[in-house]
Every structure is written in structure tokens, then in C-alpha cells.
Write a protein that binds this ligand. Structure first.
Ligand code: ZN
Length: 448
């Protein structure tokens, strides 16, 4: 069956609703400028009757698409033929039940799960999206690509571009960028352009450059990326024995993940593959809390797609007037104009979601707590545990509800934050090295 019969792109603005073939590459609705979504004619897709059928593919790990934790679920993102699919073995992540952190937070011990996306080939969740976007790039015959990045995107883009022979340029700002991530982009052979500005400036420039030079854009504006990111939720459900948790907790930056997760659950529910949709909590850093402010204070809602654009425009105009630049140690979510804002509002609607912001101090303490008892993560990931603490205290999340926190990136992505926290005794869990003289007896005295 021709893929164009199965999937198509559609503008999320209900007053527009323009549709386009998946073999086109545009990333914004050419009619109204709104975001595009991938939609499926589900009756033409051979979706298994139960989610458990996907799990059986683990037995075929010698087949490249079954090895991938994204393409194992390929019928749920069926927008390109198998021969176009690019995979480097992404999505082989684990859902870790974490009793120690649950107990520390006062939860029932068996109720907390950490979805560890740091196990992806480039060390972050981004690989879930890139495998999908690069497959689309291959389908449309792209030769060169670009992205703007706070770090994780550039690392992932560079890795995939290099594995499928695309030329690759990444744009980074002069603001905060984690060294671990920057080192990856350079090591994987990407041309790295550092723009004098913050992430939002890079985002504007990269879009213009892609139009001007005909480059394939790999930011989360790219709707195909979000299709891949849906699979993070499938794997959480898989890790729970194909059961849906009560809550998903996710950091909020450009809002691609929360948008993808909401779409994943809406589709699974419509297909009858799950019987209920979990609630979702999206956690900003207080220094980059556009979503929190817009949703909690300005009461911005999805409203069936009729989002009040004036609230957003006024908010951004005010940011510009104040020369506001977001600021948080969690560089991955240091974003004040999230490109997927509207899709995220839809996800909040689907998942009866809540939004909150946590301080950098709370993020760093939570990061050290995860490091001590879990698998370790980058600062943005730890916003989930910091946020969960607030939501438990407020009674929004009950102590016996099953919660899955998405740890988006590996601890080694941002070693500077970790080293500074411990060496400079910045928080509750600081664990600095002990100075010792070069003397055996003195050293032995210190080890207790
Ligand atoms: Zn449109």
C-alpha cells in the first residue's frame, strides 16, 4: 500500500486543517503558519489488536527494525516505507522501579518508576525523534540538514547525520550549553555554528537558514520527530506489563515530549489499545517558566484548537520588551518561547495535565538524589523528581499512585553541574572528595 494512503500531514489549527502528503517537507503550515501534525488513516494500518504483540518482537533482535525500541512499534508511526527507515539501535531503554527515591519522597515504595532515556545511543531521548525524522529525510531525499540546539539535539542530529551520510550544521547559542553535549556534536563531525544569542535566537535563525538553503530542519517543530518520541510512552507501558501508570512526569523545555506523549495516549485510547489515559505533569525551571505562567496565571488552554493567540503574542512581546533571557542550570529546558506550545496545550487537555516550575536548587538536589539512588541523569531530567515532591506535598499526586518520571538525558551530558554541586557543597546531597596527605596511615584513618 502506498504510504500516502496511510499517513498525511495536517495543520493543527481547526480553522485551517490543511492537509499535505508525507513526502512533502515544510514543518509549518504554508497556509496559516501553525504547527503540523502527522495523522493516520488507521483503518488502513495493520495495528495489532493488543500492545503485547509488539513485545513479541524482542525475540527477533537480529532484525534491525525489531531491535529498535522505536520501530518495534512501527505500525503506530506508519508514515514511511521500511526501506527508508534509519535506525542506530535507539530506544533500548529501561523503566527502573525505584523504591529508595519513592521512600525518600514518602511514596509507597513500589509506586515510582524512572524511564531512563539516557541509555540511547547519543545519551538522550532525542534519538527516539531523530530516528523518525531522519527516516523522513531519507524518504524525501534530503542531502543536508540543520538544527538549533541547547545540546542534546545537536548530539543526536550529528550522530544520525553521520550514520546516514547527510551533511549537518548545528546552531548553538553563546548562552549555557553543556560541555558533554557540545563535545558530541564536534566529535560526530557536525559543522557547529555558535550564534551570539540565546536558544530562541538560534531557533529563529535556523528556520530562516533552512528555508534559504533548502536544508532539512530537525528541530522538534518537525512533526515526524514527535512521532518517534511517542514510543517513550509505549515503552513505559511495556515496562509496567502493558499497564498504564497513573501519572507521567516530564520536564518542559521546547515541549516536544509532552506534546508527543499526549498524542500517543490519545491515539492508543482511540485505537482501543489502552482503557484509560494517565495524567501528566510538566515541570519547568523557574528561570524558564513560560508554560507555567501561561497555563496557571494567564489561563491559556487548548479550547478545541482555538487557542487564544493574543495571550501568547502579548506574553512574548513582554519578554522582548524586558530583554528577557531564560536562565537555569538545566540547560536542556532553558527555553522561553517553546515551539510546541500549542501541541502541549492539547496534551494537557488529553491528559488532564498540570504544570509547575521548580528552582535550580531543587533541581540540583533532586539530581543528586537520583544519582545516589538511581541511574543518574542530567539536570533537566531531575526537574521531574523535584516537581513530583511538590505535587505529593500538594496532594495532587497521591502516595499510592503509580508515577513514571521521564529521565531525558544521561548524567555525563553535563558533568560541570555535577562536579560543582558536590565540590562546592551546594546542596543537601553534596559529596565532595576528601583531601588526604600522601601517607598510608593518614589515608586509612580517613576511610571509615
Ligand atoms: Zn494551517
Amino acid at each position: 500500500m502506498a504510504q500516502s494512503d496511510v499517513a498525511y500531514q495536517r495543520c493543527i489549527n481547526p480553522d485551517c486543517g490543511a492537509q499535505f502528503d508525507c513526502r512533502e517537507s515544510m514543518f509549518k503550515c504554508p497556509k496559516c503558519g501553525d504547527l503540523l501534525d502527522i495523522q493516520y488513516n488507521w483503518e488502513k494500518v495493520p495495528v495489532p489488536k493488543t500492545l503485547g504483540e509488539f513485545g513479541k518482537r524482542w525475540a527477533n533482535r537480529n532484525r534491525r527494525l525489531d531491535l529498535s525500541g522505536v520501530w518495534r512499534f512501527r505500525e503506530l508511526l506508519d508514515f514511511c516505507p521500511d526501506e527508508s527507515k534509519i535506525t542506530i539501535g535507539e530506544g533500548q531503554t529501561i523503566l527502573q522501579q525505584n523504591c529508595a527515591i519513592a521512600e525518600h519522597l514518602g511514596m509507597k515504595p513500589d509506586c515510582l518508576f524512572l524511564e531512563y532515556e539516557g541509555l540511547n545511543p547519543s545519551g538522550s531521548f532525542k534519538d527516539n525523534g531523530m530516528t523518525a525524522a531522519f527516516s523522513h529525510a531519507a524518504m524525501v531525499g534530503a542531502k543536508s540538514c540543520a538544527c538549533a540546539s541547547t545540546g542534546n539535539t545537536s548530539a543526536s542530529v550529528a550522530l544520525y547525520a553521520h550514520s546516514c551520510g547527510l551533511r549537518c550544521t548545528v546552531f548553538i547559542g553563546t548562552g549555557r550549553i553543556a560541555f558533554g553535549k557540545l563535545s558530541q556534536a564536534m566529535d560526530y563531525g557536525a559543522q557547529t555554528v555558535q550564534i551570539h544569542g540565546d536558544f530562541d535566537d538560534c531557533m529563529r535563525q535556523v528556520q530562516a537558514v533552512c528555508v534559504e538553503l533548502g536544508l532539512y530542519l530537525l528541530n522538534s517543530l518537525n512533526p515526524f520527530r514527535l512521532e518517534g518520541q511517542k514510543t517513550i510512552m509505549y515503552r513505559i507501558i511495556e515496562g509496567l506489563g502493558w499497564q498504564v501508570p497513573d501519572w507521567i512526569v516530564v520536564p518542559g523545555g521546547n515541549l516536544g515530549n509532552s506534546s508527543a506523549f499526549g498524542k500517543a495516549f490519545a491515539e492508543l485510547k482511540a485505537l482501543g489499545l489502552i482503557d484509560r489515559v494517565p495524567r501528566m505533569a510538566i515541570v519547568n525551571a523557574t528561570g524558564a517558566d513560560t508554560l507555567t505562567d501561561l497555563v496557571n496565571n494567564k489561563k491559556l488552554v487548548w479550547n478545541g484548537g482555538h487557542v487564544d493567540q493574543k495571550i501568547i503574542d502579548d506574553y512574548y512581546a513582554d519578554l522582548t520588551a524586558r530583554h528577557f533571557s531564560p536562565h537555569t542550570c538545566a540547560s536542556a529546558i532553558e527555553i522561553s518561547r517553546p515551539v510546541n506550545l500549542k501541541k502541549c496545550l492539547r496534551a494537557i487537555d488529553v491528559c488532564n495535565g498540570v504544570v509547575l516550575a521548580v528552582t535550580d536548587e531543587e533541581i540540583c538536589d533532586a539530581k543528586a538524589l537520583i544519582g545516589k539512588h538511581g541511574l543518574g541523569c542530567e539536570p533537566a531530567s531531575a526537574a521531574t523528581i523535584a516537581g513530583l515532591k511538590h505535587l505529593l506535598a500538594a496532594g495532587t499526586i497521591a502516595k499510592d499512585e503509580r508515577v513514571a518520571c521521564v529521565l531525558t538525558g544521561h548524567a555525563l551530558k553535563d558533568p560541570n553541574v555535577t562536579v560543582n554541586y558536590h565540590k562546592e557543597r551546594q546542596g543537601e546531597f553534596s559529596n565532595p572528595p576528601i583531601e588526604a596527605p600522601n601517607d598510608l596511615q593518614e589515608i586509612i584513618k580517613l576511610i571509615r
